[in-house]
Each structure stands twice: as C-alpha cells, then as structure tokens.
Design a protein around this ligand. Structure first.
Ligand SMILES: *Cc1c(COP(=O)(O)O)cnc(C)c1O
Length: 367
C-alpha cells in the first residue's frame, strides 16, 4: 500500500463556488482564474466542474494549450500578457486574449504579422505598482494600441491591492475610472475579494470579474470572514492516516527540538504528512487537525514526512485512523485551509499551491 496521504478534489464544491461567485456579480461575465495549475488543484481536474465559466484566465501559454486540448473554444486571457515577441504567434494560433502592461508588449504587437487581429486587455497600474501603465501614461498607450492593425478590440484591466483589507478599493477605482472614463471598451477590475464585496455596484462597471481563490473555497478576507460565512465549500481535502501511536508520560517531549513537553500522561498519533508533502513547517503546537473527524491539534515541530497530533479528544483513535489536514472529513466535519494557513502565518492560497508532487491527487466521483 502506498503512503496513505492523499489530496481529494471535490467537483461539486468547485461548481458551487463558481455559482456563488456569479451570484456576487450577476451582471458580469466571469473569468475563472486557473493560474498556478488551478491554484494547485490541477487544470485537468477542475476543468469539467468549471465549464459554466465564461472564460479562463491564467499566466502561461502552456496552460492555455492544455485548456484548448480539453475542448474549450471560449475566451482565454493571459493575465500578464506575453513574455516574448514569439509568444504572439501562439496567441494567434490558440485565439488567446492577452494583457498589455508595458511598451515592449506594444512594440512586439506592432511588429507581429498575423491574419487574426488580437483582443487585448490594456492594464493600468492604478496604485498597486506591480504591472501596468500609470493613469498618466494610459491614454497614450491606448492611442498606440488603437492605431495597430494587429489589434481588434481593447478592454481595460486593473488589479486591487487592498480589496480584502481596510484600505479598500476606492483610491484605485477612482484612478482607473478617471483615466478610462470616455474610452470605449469592456472593463475588468475585481478579484475574489472585490467580487464578493463590490460585485453588485454599478459604478465598479464589472464587464468581467476575475475570481480565483473563492472558486477553490477559501475566504479572500479571512479572518474577517470565513469561507463558511461566504457560503464557500472547500474544493480540496488533504487527508492521511495515523501510522504510529505513543503513550507519553509527564515530562516526555515530542519531535525535533523537543518543543512540546507533556505535562501529564497523554496519547499522541504520528501521522503520514510532513513539510515535504507541502504541509507548512511553520504550523506549530496548537494548529488544528481532524482525527476521525474530531478536532484536535498538532504537537511540536512538523518533520519532513510526519507530524504528531494530540489523541486526547479521540481516545478510540489508533493506527489507520483517518486524519484531515484541511478540507472535509468523512463525517462531514470541515477544517478550513484558511485556519491552518493562519497558524503558519500565511494564506490559503500558498498552501493549496504548495501541495507537493509526491502527494497523489484523486477527483471525487471520478472512475
Ligand atoms: C490571481 C489574479 C486574480 C485572482 O485573484 P484572487 O484573489 O485569487 O481572486 C485576479 N486578477 C489577476 C490579475 C490575478 O493575477
């Protein structure tokens, strides 16, 4: 038997979450963001459940090719645009739309020979200072693009730095609306947090929303809201089993560095999951974990291939007992990936993207 660790993808949860994102912005078309191999879930594994989307947004032409191979004829958007002039040829061939965020990308388009004019999303740096033209330079970039025969249609895109936090979107929205006001074209501004919080607002003018993380069942603004608060369901369960049991006496320590010391007799379970599986080493004593669907805690340091859990709340647990690191246990109890991520000082995004290649992945309900 292989090591018992496994990741399970839940298509029903993906379908539900996509519908949930739609409800949040009912008048918008929806880009399902599937960059980073669908946030670690696997493009091929999520594709069927996400067919109800209007388009797929991603970063790599190789990912776009995979989506076309799965039979998708609809829109695909490269969120960072092309990385090289030669990429434009493949964009033409695959019918892929792409962001344009810098002058070089306009130069490449101007030199590109194509029968098929491109649809592009001109990107504004409205304050995040990552990619895009500043509001001052936006209109001249638009004019350049608009003069190219290689370009068929221009839409406008920007990205919020604080949609999930106290600063909010207002300062960036004003910059974006101000500079695009009288330009003809569709607009796309909302990531998951902005879709949930502002998807219905007419002034945001959502022609296309771009939810990513919510599709996978994680709350973009945790701990302000939980995934359950937003009506989202975990799209991935990371599970394993107890492979060893120890009976500790008062004063006994657990794991590398002896960071946990028992103050009374207790039973611990050793489970087949460690940081080489993608479980964060920063999850210290107290990080929640489910054993037989019962909530308990990690003890001591996470090793490469194993970690220790407290079996006190589950006295009947032993070798072979089910362990849920995040997601949904067999008895239906849920443990949010956001809670585990918070214990490691990070976000659900990082954990789902970091599940290691050695972890087998199955799709629930697949033959
Ligand atoms: C990743 C990404 C998104 C999706 O962000 P979430 O927070 O996962 O919803 C949207 N737009 C762009 C440009 C992105 O890079």
């Amino acid at each position: 038997m292989p090591r018992p660790i496994q990741a399970t993808i839940h298509p029903e949860a993906l379908r539900h979450n996509l519908e949930r994102a739609r409800q949040a912005a009912p008048d918008a078309r929806l880009w399902a963001v599937v960059k980073a191999n669908a946030y670690g879930h696997g493009i091929e594994r999520v594709f069927d459940a996400m067919r109800a989307t209007d388009g797929f947004a991603l970063l790599e032409l190789s990912e776009a090719e995979r989506i076309r191979q799965l039979g998708w004829r609809g829109p695909i958007l490269l969120l960072e645009g092309v990385f090289d002039a030669r990429d434009l040829e493949l964009c033409s061939r695959l019918g892929v739309w792409h962001s344009v965020h810098c002058d070089q990308q306009i130069d490449w388009l101007a030199a590109h020979k194509t029968q098929q004019p491109h649809r592009v999303f001109l990107k504004m740096n409205s304050g995040m200072n990552r990619l895009g033209f500043t509001p001052e330079r936006f209109r001249s970039a638009y004019a350049r693009l608009n003069a190219l025969t290689q370009v068929e249609e221009i839409s406008f895109i920007t990205h919020f730095s604080d949609a999930d936090g106290p600063r909010g979107i207002e300062h960036q929205l004003q910059a974006f609306l101000g500079a695009t006001q009288d330009l003809p074209g569709e607009r796309s501004v909302c990531n998951s947090a902005a879709t949930l919080l502002h998807g219905m607002e007419a002034r945001v003018r959502n022609d296309w929303v771009r939810p990513g993380i919510v599709l996978y069942g994680s709350a973009p603004d945790y701990p302000l809201h939980t995934a359950a608060d937003w009506g989202l369901r975990p799209a991935m369960t990371l599970s394993t089993q107890v492979i060893g049991v120890q009976q500790l006496q008062a004063g006994d320590s657990v794991g590398y560095g002896s960071t946990f010391v028992a103050d009374a007799p207790m039973r611990t379970g050793i489970i087949a999951c460690g940081y080489a599986d993608g479980y964060p080493r920063h999850c210290g004593t107290g990080t929640p974990v489910l054993v037989n669907g019962v909530r308990t805690r990690v003890l001591g340091r996470v090793s490469m291939d194993m970690l220790n859990v407290d079996l006190t709340p589950v006295p009947d647990a032993g070798i072979g007992s089910d362990v849920t690191l995040w997601g949904t246990a067999r008895n239906g109890t849920q443990l949010s990936i956001d809670e585990v991520a918070a214990a490691a000082g990070t976000v659900g995004y990082e954990l789902m993207c970091a599940v290691a290649p050695r972890v087998p992945v199955v799709v629930e309900g697949a033959a």
